[in-house]
Structures are given as structure tokens and as C-alpha cells.
Design a protein around this ligand. Structure first.
Ligand code: C2E
Ligand code: MG
Ligand code: MG
Ligand code: MG
Length: 274
């Protein structure tokens, strides 16, 4: 009896694994064509200051699959990273962001907004990364000082010297750097003093239960103090409630991003009411 059940269970898992492998292969094949078929789009989410004024936006990639509908970045970004497709896709994201910045640079209320772009470590470590980005800035005439590159702790821990050199070259052009999802990676804090960072984004997993979880509150409080004393701008991610906003304001964090201020959306919708 038990043996039969075991056999069935095994068969069940094999079936499931096979399905998910096929599924993955299909998705991967489709992702190869997504750029050329115009299925990728950038949505933008506002970042606001303590008065609720929009100071910038984060560009967030969206994939509209003709059969599956919207595919979550949590699904396709890792796939794009594993296959190297993140390189052309990431280039397209940077190009779109630069074009948007260039357009805004001539329009009064938008000229001071920044655009933050997520850069995957695979993309960042390409030998051509600096040259490509400099090329894009020259080609689009985007103001480099309005571009913020969001990188993760895992990138900063990898090949520290090379990463630092790349960052310094881009910093010399005026490009700024934010550390994304701060507190979720395995890392020593020493990179905070070694690397040319401008901004620290507190991961939304710490903000979610900020008001009820004492440990989260302690982590957020300490992170704000750390960022401020290092001269970094601190941004709280995932702010959904007024109570979270009030707590953050009271603890010295003056920049926020989250559903309380708006979801990511197409750029034209974002500023309908600006
Ligand atoms: P991220 O860079 O940390 O982006 C913030 C994520 O939090 C976004 O998820 C956003 O929609 C979500 N979010 C914002 N406010 C709230 C809130 O109040 N509550 C909740 N529950 N969620 C909120 P999204 O768009 O699904 O993106 C997920 C991740 O995918 C991003 O996390 C980023 O790591 C990656 N990603 C997105 N676009 C790109 C891209 O162009 N290139 C690369 N390399 N990665 C990207
Ligand atoms: Mg980000
Ligand atoms: Mg984040
Ligand atoms: Mg992230």
C-alpha cells in the first residue's frame, strides 16, 4: 500500500516538475521575442517628499504576453537574468528612461524629476555597460544628473574593485546610485563606505508591519539613522498606510514610494492629475 502511494507520489512530482520545465522553456522562448514584438512596457511609480510632492519616478518593467496577459517581473526578470536576455532588455529600459528624461528636460514642471532604473548585476557587469550608457546619454541628450541606477546588495558584494570602478566612471558623468531592497541581502556594511552611493531604499518587507512588529521598527529606525549619518538620501518602499507615513516622518525619513501615493502605471496616466 505504502509502496504504491510512494510510487504515485513520485510519479506526481515528476509530472509536476516536467510540466514546470516545459512551462519554463515556453516562457523563455516567448521572452526571446518579447522585445521585438513590442510586448514590453515601462510603468512608472512616483516617489514623493514629506509634503507629498512628486520628486521622481521608478521605472518598472512590464510584460504583456498575448496569451498569458501580464507576467509578473518576479517571474520573468530571474528568467531574463539566467538566459542573459536581461542585457538587451535592460538596454531597452535604460534607453526608454533616457528618452523620457530628455523629453522632460524641456517641460517646466517635469524638468527636475529623476528616473530610477533597476539594473541587474548581469547587465551591470557587462564590459560594455559604461560605454553603452554613455552612448545612450549622448544620443538622447538626457541629463545624467536625473538618472538614478538602482543596484542590489548582491551586486555590491561581487567583484568589489570592478564594481567600484564602474560606479566611479558613471558617477563622474553625474549619474546617481541607489541601493535597492536594503536589508534583504547577505552583506557586510563595509561597502557603504567604499562605494559612491547616493540613496538607500528600505525594503518594503520592513515597512509592512512597521507599526506592530517591534523588530521591524527597530531595523527601520536604525537604518534611517545609518543612512542619514552616511549622508545618503533614505527612501521607504511599500508605504501603503498613513500611519506608516506618519511613523516614518517622525523618525527622520522624508522620501517615500508606495501604493499610498500611487501604483506603477503608464507615464501618461501618472501625470494626468499632476
Ligand atoms: P523593486 O525595484 O524593489 O520595485 C518595487 C516593487 O514594489 C515593484 O514591484 C512595485 O510594484 C512594488 N510596490 C511598490 N509600492 C508597493 C506597495 O505599496 N505595496 C506593495 N505590496 N508593493 C509595492 P514589481 O513592479 O512587481 O517589480 C518587482 C521587482 O522586479 C522590482 O523590485 C525589481 O527588482 C524588478 N524589476 C522591475 N523592473 C525591472 C527592470 O527594468 N530591470 C530589472 N533588472 N529589474 C526590474
Ligand atoms: Mg527598484
Ligand atoms: Mg526595492
Ligand atoms: Mg527588488
Amino acid at each position: 500500500q505504502a509502496k504504491t502511494a510512494g510510487g504515485n507520489t513520485l510519479r506526481f512530482f515528476n509530472q509536476a516538475m516536467q510540466t514546470s520545465l516545459i512551462e519554463r522553456a515556453n516562457l523563455e522562448a516567448d521572452l526571446h521575442h518579447a522585445l521585438a514584438r513590442n510586448e514590453l512596457a515601462l510603468h512608472y511609480q512616483r516617489q514623493v517628499d514629506h509634503q507629498g510632492v512628486t520628486i521622481g519616478v521608478e521605472a518598472l518593467l512590464r510584460w504583456y504576453h498575448p496569451q498569458r496577459g501580464w507576467v509578473s517581473p518576479a517571474t520573468f526578470i530571474p528568467l531574463a537574468e539566467e538566459t542573459g536576455l536581461i542585457v538587451p532588455i535592460g538596454y531597452w529600459v535604460l534607453k526608454s528612461a533616457c528618452e523620457q528624461l530628455a523629453k522632460w528636460s524641456h517641460q517646466a514642471p517635469y524638468a527636475t524629476l529623476t528616473i530610477s532604473v533597476n539594473v541587474s548585476s548581469v547587465q551591470f557587469q557587462q564590459p560594455e555597460f559604461v560605454r553603452n550608457l554613455e552612448g545612450l546619454l549622448a544620443q538622447t541628450q538626457a541629463p545624467p544628473g536625473r538618472l538614478v541606477l538602482e543596484v542590489t546588495e548582491s551586486l555590491l558584494m561581487r567583484e568589489p574593485k570592478r564594481v567600484r570602478n564602474t560606479m566611479l566612471k558613471l558617477r563622474a558623468q553625474g549619474i546617481r546610485f541607489a541601493i535597492d531592497d536594503f536589508g534583504t541581502g547577505y552583506s557586510s556594511l563595509s561597502y557603504l563606505k567604499r562605494l559612491p552611493l547616493d540613496e538607500l531604499k528600505i525594503d518594503r518587507s520592513f515597512i509592512r508591519e512597521l507599526l506592530t512588529d517591534k523588530a521591524d521598527a527597530a531595523i527601520v529606525d536604525t537604518t534611517i539613522l545609518l543612512a542619514v549619518s552616511l549622508g545618503l538620501t533614505v527612501v521607504a518602499e511599500g508605504v501603503e498606510k498613513t500611519e506608516q507615513l506618519d511613523w516614518l516622518k517622525g523618525h527622520g525619513c522624508y522620501r517615500y514610494q508606495g501604493y499610498l501615493f500611487g501604483r506603477p502605471m503608464p507615464i501618461d496616466n501618472l501625470f494626468e492629475s499632476y
